[in-house]
Design a protein around this ligand. Structure first.
Ligand code: 9UX
Length: 72
């Protein structure tokens, strides 16, 4: 099973930040795909809901020093 979540991510100011957030997301258990866009501050994550929840994804982004808001 795969769900997708969209997040608004604050605090990314350069391409290295984007890579770092993508890397964090891709290492989370259950995350199958993660794409982060600097221009829109949006992140899209495909994940297995039996392995991780949206609020845990938000928490992982915040633990890395960025702000994250769940959009859907
Ligand atoms: Mo990006 Mo660099 O926000 O230290 S500025 S990684």
């Amino acid at each position: 099973n795969t769900l997708s979540g969209q997040f608004r991510i604050g605090g990314m100011t350069c391409a290295a930040c984007v890579n770092s957030v993508e890397g964090i997301l891709k290492k989370l258990p259950g995350v199958k795909r993660a794409v982060v866009a600097l221009a829109t501050s949006l992140g899209e994550v495909e994940y297995d809901p039996s392995a991780i929840a949206k609020d845990e994804i938000v928490q992982a982004i915040e633990d890395a020093g960025f702000e994250a808001v769940l959009l859907q």
